[in-house]
Design a protein around this ligand. Structure first.
Ligand code: AMP
Ligand code: MG
Length: 422
């Protein structure tokens, strides 16, 4: 792949270039991803977590008819008194789903429940607390506005308006919007298949006996946990021992079945790190020196058209590289048009966040509120990249990107929350 030409700082595959900033690495990875275009039609409940293949336009107005936003009395707005009171004869009742089928005259009122279709001749609802009822007469005083308390037809979505665009990942809100326009089935992008395995002679499965020198494999579980949120198919391929033949066979098998392969461990240059060699024989691979901590070593490669991400062995580095480098690529592979990066917000540091120049530092931290309700953020403490329990204690990352220096208490820092509402 390399020639005697000078190192190209824009080519992340050129091993002679120095540390690559994370954002540049993310961009370079995205350029390698070809989105899946195969589609399938699924029934609405199964569309959650999937990416829409075609835009869905509404064939109806939502809501389909003007309706009352409150329990009260529907009247003709022009009849409302500007001073004093006005009496309306109550001529009927409309319920949600049970319209009142006649025309209401200017001096009449119809009792309406929330969601009831507005009776003909009415355009305004006076809430029931503001009405004095005397026999069959509703007495309304001044101070009401014509048109109040009514939801107009099409005020949420108009007929022919796009309800959900193609390339959108369907979450709870999108699922509801699709249901509100009445579509029962939608065309979505086929699920990518992602193979996951761990490498290392020291690894044992949870539930097994732990001999001296061994540890339990946690990376595969964090990765499965991360992937399960995304709406793709996971192939859990277990643990591969540090053995060149078995590693090559595992990777080759995975590339037959999966669109994307994620491994952890075995991508350093130590004598037991066989993943790089196996990839060299099966396809292409490069070890990236990404300017992020934790997050090294990180390898990216391909076996034919299948993508390979070789994550570090250290458990926290696995999660950090997944969020910053793998997740955007998976979203593109799934056909998402907007990669939905988690927003970065500012909070005041209440502990020190140490930082070396020229690399991104990702801290596990806890975001909370001070006595004034302002956001403040504290480090979880020790930041060793093997301390997975600190990820569980944390609720956010503090991101100190390339040019920042150490942040001291009182400084504003960038924070990215682990869990948003969607
Ligand atoms: P490696 O990159 O394979 O040299 O691994 C770096 C460190 O991460 C070593 O201490 C490994 O024991 C540890 N490690 C590797 N894979 C896993 C795993 N699946 N679960 C927990 N720790 C791991
Ligand atoms: Mg290893």
């Amino acid at each position: 792949m390399m020639s005697s030409s000078p190192p190209d700082p824009n080519n992340c595959f050129d091993p002679r270039i120095g540390l690559i900033p994370v954002a540049q690495a993310e961009q370079a990875l995205l350029e390698q991803v070809i989105p899946i275009t195969d589609t399938e039609v699924v029934s609405l409940p199964d569309a959650v977590g999937r990416v829409l293949a075609d835009p869905v336009a509404s064939t109806i107005n939502v809501p389909p008819h003007a309706n009352s936003a409150m329990d009260g009395y529907a009247v003709h707005g022009a009849s409302l008194p500007s001073s004093g009171v006005r009496e309306f004869k109550v001529v009927g009742t409309a319920f949600a789903g049970k319209p009142w089928a006649h025309r209401c005259q200017p001096d009449e009122a119809v009792q309406v429940m929330t969601g009831a279709m507005m009776p003909q001749g009415t355009d305004t609802v006076v809430i029931q607390e503001d009405i004095r009822l005397e026999n069959e007469i509703a007495v309304v005083s001044a101070g009401h506005k014509s048109g109040q308390n009514v939801r107009q037809a099409g005020e949420d979505l108009q007929r022919d308006q796009i309800a959900v665009e193609a390339g959108v990942w369907v979450g709870a809100a999108e699922l509801g919007v699709l249901a509100s326009v009445g579509v029962g089935r939608v065309k979505v992008i086929k699920k990518p298949i992602v193979a996951v395995f761990s490498t290392g002679d020291e690894l044992k499965n949870a539930g097994e006996h732990l001999p001296p020198g061994a540890i339990y494999d946690s990376n595969r579980y964090t990765l499965i946990g991360l992937l399960q949120r995304t709406g793709l198919e996971i192939l859990n391929l277990g643990i591969i021992p540090d053995d060149p033949v078995l590693t090559k066979k595992a990777l080759s098998d995975a590339s037959e079945k999966a669109d994307l392969i994620i491994t952890s461990g075995g991508v350093s240059t130590g004598s037991a790190d066989f993943v790089i060699h196996a990839l060299e024989e099966l396809g292409e691979i490069s070890l990236w020196r990404i300017a992020i901590r934790p997050g090294r070593p990180f390898a990216f490669g391909k076996i034919k058209d299948k993508l390979f991400f070789g994550l570090p062995g250290n458990p926290v580095a696995v999660m950090v590289t997944f969020y910053r480098l793998v997740q955007p690529s998976i979203r593109r592979l799934m056909g998402q048009s907007d990669l939905n990066p988690v927003p970065v917000v500012k909070a005041r540091a209440i502990t020190r966040f140490r930082k070396k120049p020229n690399r991104s530092e990702v801290y596990r931290a806890i975001l909370s509120q001070d006595d004034n309700g302002d956001p403040v953020v504290a480090s979880t403490g020790q930041q060793g990249s093997g301390l997975l329990s600190s990820m569980s204690i944390a609720n956010c990352f503090v991101l100190l990107d390339d040019l920042d220096t150490t942040a001291n208490p009182g400084d504003m820092v960038d924070v990215q929350l682990f869990d948003g509402l969607n």
